[in-house]
Design a protein around this ligand. Structure first.
Ligand SMILES: C[S@@+](CC[C@H](N)C(=O)[O-])C[C@H]1O[C@@H](n2cnc3c(N)ncnc32)[C@H](O)[C@@H]1O
Length: 455
């Protein structure tokens, strides 16, 4: 057992679920942020518990062969990236292993499963099309704009982020200059005073269109015409708006958006499908890898053109619209009414007539429709949040007995649990494909194809 403030030297042997290094000191496990397997490190114990503890990295004595210099100066402090100091190749190996371990440990699958090699990004930097920068002031009264330090709400002033669209650097500098020049107040979380809280930007990677939205603790922005004059000079600027959020909350966006200049939305494409994206819409943040993910889902659905497909947890209908071109009819189900409004609008602007959307919890809508309307499906696609699918939903899927189930997952642990449920009730896993959507984080997306046995 170690005590607080003890300093020890350990070898890091493993990597934890949040990207932290794991090593042992005389059998006692320590978790160390920013340490990597293969590193020998000197650490200071910060939070000792009975069987394990958390320690701070003081010095890397022997670096791991997989350690690289992060591109971003603040990578170690910022809460955004937890793996930028690990080579991208090893990040992919770590994610592939995470999926494999969950399938084996939680799902009980062994060699009987075909796990394809993970699909990584061609360029693992500057891939995010959406950024939300908190705004504040430092002790000297200077404007700070950047990201929260890991696990805190203290803002690290950042002029450049290595995973966001590069145009953000220009936008942030313009807003910083404006806030300083016109002495616009910035929001203080403690006192709930001050005006500018956050800056939201979105960039259409295919169209080049740019959206800037300032989130304010009020209804207006003094000297807004000066800011607009400056922002519109940025090539691609399409939409400038204010979002009013007067609530003392950690939720970034309020409900009300006022367009200050240009359109209330930008447009972008994933594959052939066009999307209108407003400040409040959900939209995938890595469009390049989203296309890869959806193409894999479409491929696994193996549609011939005459199928009825249910897309559960459909969000703004992204997968549904992708599938609609290859199916007879697609039905989408999503719990958030605004997302369904976007889904219907997206179907309309793409002239897609064979996609219908329902608002509600998938585990309520599907069983009810099955019981009352006797619906059926050749293929069911699910893309649930991290907690996975409710058992009642999986049970209805088993009863409906579609030929194929395509499971898109952002959490390999709940994926493995749900696959086991389906495989114990007439399904067999055909293929599993991990896709890296979020380089430098520990997250991994997985698509899985299940086939009904004997059909
Ligand atoms: C991982 S996202 C997938 C969204 C969409 N398939 C996409 O690719 O953009 C999960 C979605 O499930 C929705 N959701 C959460 N719980 C739900 C439930 N019980 N029933 C239906 N939708 C739900 C969330 O609002 C979110 O849009």
């Amino acid at each position: 057992m170690l005590n607080k403030n003890d300093e020890v030297i350990i070898d890091i042997e493993d990597i934890g679920s949040d990207g932290e290094g794991i090593g042992k000191y005389q059998g006692y496990t320590l978790f160390v942020k920013n340490a990597l397997p293969g590193d020998q490190v000197r650490v200071k114990v910060m939070k000792p518990k009975k069987n394990y503890g958390y320690a701070r990295l003081l010095e890397v004595l022997q670096p791991s062969a997989y350690r690289v210099n992060p591109l971003c100066e603040v990578a170690g402090k910022c809460g955004g990236c937890s793996l930028q100091h690990l080579s991208y190749e090893r990040q992919l190996a770590y994610k592939q292993n995470k999926v494999k371990n969950c399938l084996e440990r939680i799902g009980g699958f062994k060699e009987d499963i075909r796990l394809e090699p993970i699909i990584g990004m061609e360029e693992p930097f500057y891939y995010r099309n959406k950024a939300q920068f908190p705004v504040g002031r430092n002790k000297e009264g200077k404007v700070v704009i950047g990201f929260y330090a890991g696990g805190t709400h203290s803002i690290i002033d950042t002029s450049h982020c290595a995973i966001q669209a590069k145009v953000n650097d220009t936008i942030i500098e313009k807003i910083r200059t404006f806030l300083e020049e016109y002495q616009i107040s910035t929001y203080d979380e403690e006192s709930h005073e001050g005006l500018v809280r956050h800056i939201l930007t979105r960039v259409g990677f295919v169209t080049g269109e740019i959206m800037v939205c300032l989130i304010v603790n009020g209804d207006d922005l003094p000297y807004k015409e000066k800011l607009i004059e400056s922002l519109v000079l940025t090539p691609g600027m399409t939409s400038i708006s204010l979002n009013s959020n007067k609530v003392k909350t950690n939720v970034i966006l309020g409900d009300k958006v006022i367009t200050l200049w240009g359109q209330p939305f930008i447009t972008d494409y994933i594959g052939e499908i066009k999307y209108q994206i407003s400040p409040l819409s959900f939209y995938q943040v890595n469009p390049g890898q989203t296309k890869v993910l959806y193409e894999t889902a479409l491929n696994y659905a193996d549609l011939k053109g005459d199928e009825v497909v249910w897309d559960l947890y459909c969000g703004i209908g992204t997968i549904s619209l992708f599938l609609a071109g290859k199916a007879r009819q697609v039905y989408g189900v999503e719990i958030i009414p605004e997302a369904i409004e976007d889904a219907r609008q997206n179907a309309k602007i793409n002239h897609i007539k064979n996609a219908e959307f329902f608002v509600g919890a998938a585990e309520e809508v599907l069983p009810l429709k099955y019981k009352e309307d006797n619906i059926y499906a050749e293929v069911i696609v699910v893309d649930p949040p991290r907690k996975g699918c409710e058992e009642s939903l999986l049970n209805t899927i088993v009863q409906m007995a579609p030929k194929r189930v395509v499971y898109v997952s952002c959490d390999p642990a709940t994926l493995a649990r749900d696959l086991r449920y389906l495989c114990d009730r007439g399904y067999q896993v055909e293929k599993v494909q991990a896709v890296d959507q979020f380089a430098h984080s520990t997250h991994v997306e997985t698509v899985c194809c299940l086939q009904r046995v004997n059909c």
